[in-house]
Design a protein around this ligand. Sequence first.
Ligand code: MOS
Length: 701
Amino acid sequence: MTTTTTTAAGAAKTGSVGVGRSRVEGREKVTGAARYAGEFSFTDLAHGWLVLSTVARGRVRSVGEEAVRAMPGVLAVMHHGNAPRINTDYLTLMGPPDGILHVFQHDQVLHAGWPVALVVAETPEQAREAAEALVVEYDVEPHDIAFEADRPGTYAPEGSEASKGDLEAELAASAAVVDERYSTPEAHHTAMEPHAVTVRWEDGRLEVYDANQGSRAVADQLAQTFSLDPSAVRVRSEHVGGAFGGKLVAAHHIAAVMAATELQRPVRLTMTRRQVFALTGYRSPTTQRMRLGADADGRLRAFGHDAQSLTSNIREFVEASAGYGRVMYASDAHYSVNRVVPVDLPTPTFVRAPGEAPGSYAVESALDELAEKLGMDPVELRVRNEPDVGPVSGLPFSSRNLLGCYEDGARRFGWEGRDPRPRVRREGRWLLGTGVAACSFPSGVAPSTASVTAEHDGTFTVRITAADVGTGARTALTQIAADELGVDQGLVRVRIADSDFGQAWLSGGSMGTRSWGWAVMAASRELRDRLSPTAAIPTEGLTVRTDTTELVGALAQKERYSYGAQFAEVAVDVASGEVRVRRLLGVFSAGRIINPLTARSQLVGGMTWGISMALHEEAVRDAADGGHVGADFAGYHVAANADVPVIEAHWVDDSDPDDPVGIKGVGEIGIVGTAAAIGNAVWHATGVRHRDLPLRPDRVL
Ligand code: MOS
């Protein structure tokens, strides 16, 4: 196979790419025709309801199923004492399956919210009534969920350090030093659509209607878990109401398949909001020590980042906050490490911009403090430390137009002429300030397969196991296919999220549209070459199927990242401590933008989450029982409309020259750096540094 690539703009035949297009499935969504995982109905559909442990550690002594079985409509009560055995000895993308997926396989409770039973009934109301009536007794064991810096048991996993030069020596030789600790709280990706799954056996196949980020990955994992041939499992997930890292395989999948198999009836299982909080992962809290040292002219001599997060006693998951600085700033010496400490909590997981979101908060806040000490403009300080190659790796960058982001952002925001002194702008009871931060996120690509069919009627059908979790990916793929085929977008239908379409990357790592787009582009291009203008298309159509494994594997090793600059203006009420974000403006170098309309929404969505991260979001746990205090949208605050000003997201030219699609990804970078920009603006407004998120009124006051 040839590894020659063409330029990104090489095949723009119809000009669909680069034009803002509303979602191809938009009408279905707004008219209610689009069906989500919890909305598929079948004759004989039974409804499951999970029962979660109320203790943080121990053993299930008894499950009072007799009383509950007699309740109206109850069909089954499944628990460790009667559930079928499953296979847990296999590998996922993240290593062995988490212990929480060993559903009903033993009597141990390893954290609060551990699934201990499933009640199945004729209606959801009956299932819930019975689940809530189920008495589960426990032998309680002591637990410990406390997370703090350098807690005993904290360790650096294999490969978690990066180092260059002598950090201590360079710090000692620096004219200005910042040595501070920053913290971010536990955070949750509670997507609007709670997790749901509907499962049935049909003609010897397990049919799963799901809400996920990757139907092929879910199908493969279910096949492993239930020792089925992969071809015996079909997972579909056409419409998904948000995911953010939280919609992979969870306990409800396993429980639902068990129930459908045992009862030989279709089973639907939806989670409550509280169950979503308990069962689907979260972002670990972090505590991060930053040590920066610079010469008087702002050149960094030392860059030190010690990032700590928690993991569970079940499986190691690292919130890799220290990765962020490794590609961002040149310095003579660098030492960064991601440490973890296991506690009796659920295993944390990927949450939008894992690592980069909390990591950028610490790094970009510390840089602002350094700029203050040096009496230097914070944009200028960053520009001065812009590296030519990867600061630690020494690898070339595929492309990096961060300087363009600073320049364009500063111009658009009106940064020039900013009075650097804090606490000088006042408007009535409000103190005003502005702040800046940079951002970056890895730009990856993974192998995928796609097929494109020229139909007899002159239309085209693309099939790929992509997931559109609300991002607009399906629309972008339609645009890419139309351009490659040289036809109007209206002639192209893209079918997604069906595991029968074959292997494809997940909606994750900001790699979805890029990975799928490459496969769709390659298949479309080959099909176009095969279509002769005179030959008739056979009745069954003409199909080309492409796998990008070799193309992707041939990419040269470089630092591949998206970048950006975030600017914020805030107002702080000196009487109440309330912080209002007045303006937020981001300029990104994120590769080729396929659909400006949906890409902008992605970026603005990420930035909005950044406001939440800066000001609102914080999962609070009760040390006594390990559970959440406010696990719903009333108790867990996220930015609402009134908290969100007009947000501007722009981009500068920056295409990855090695990739024919040219995409770098916009899924996660919007949240990176935002909270630091806001925090830095709060310092500028008030003259007081706050280093713990969120910036609640009681902290700011
Ligand atoms: Mo994302 S946190 O890679 O779904």
